[in-house]
Design a protein around this ligand. Sequence first.
Ligand code: SAM
Length: 248
Amino acid sequence: PGTLHVVATPIGNRDDISARAVQVLRSVALIAAEDTRHSRPLLAHLGVDTPLKALHEHNEDAIAQALVERLLQGEDVALISDAGTPLVSDPGYRLVRAARAAGVRVSPVPGACAAIAALSAAGLPSDRFVFEGFLPAKRGARRSRLEALAAETRTLIFYESPHRVAETLDDMRAAFGDEREAVLARELTKLFETVLGEPLAALAARVAADSDQQRGECVLLVAGCADAAEAQLAEGRRLFALLREELP
Ligand code: SAM
């Protein structure tokens, strides 16, 4: 069978693609892309004219089957998403799973990932961290999710949309307290790249006061709970809330 190459593409700066990624994208029979219209300009810029096929959330199961057939017939396929590493808050999981189940070799071509790029510049403890992806869009669900994380001792990494970042910072203050250290990493590798690190209350106030901080793509990072007593208290509160829901 052929190989499924999972290829990372840039998260902003077009030069952030590896020489091997370009070589693989040129050599495969087909590139499965999250949004072909989005990927075409990048591929043209890289001198890649490999045929594209759309693979997104809504057609992934059907397309995955068709791609696995082609892989089994010996064709090599590359998977890319709109930005960064496929499968990281992006489609691809079902394709990779189907390929592996069929005995097809799956090989990563690593590169940019916004979560890791943000962590590398945030100055928060980086020896242990948790990637939480996107928080729920609805406020109640978002608050519950954050409360459930209040006792987490590892650094927390979230993706957030710019028009919710101010609201989410407020919810984070409520869940983690005003003093917890946080970092907003915005527009990484792009013209308006900004990395702001402050206690949550100060960061929330700054973002609320400056609408420029509510634009572009952003990653939010929050230091883990440093205080063992505080962690126990938060865990107690979380369990109590769970119990209260169950009790008559
Ligand atoms: N697969 C991508 C990766 O490897 O990072 C993530 C895809 S996810 C749909 C898009 C989210 O990633 C954005 O909403 C934002 O939270 C984050 N992101 C992507 N590019 C970014 C950048 N240049 N700066 C900051 N955050 C970015």
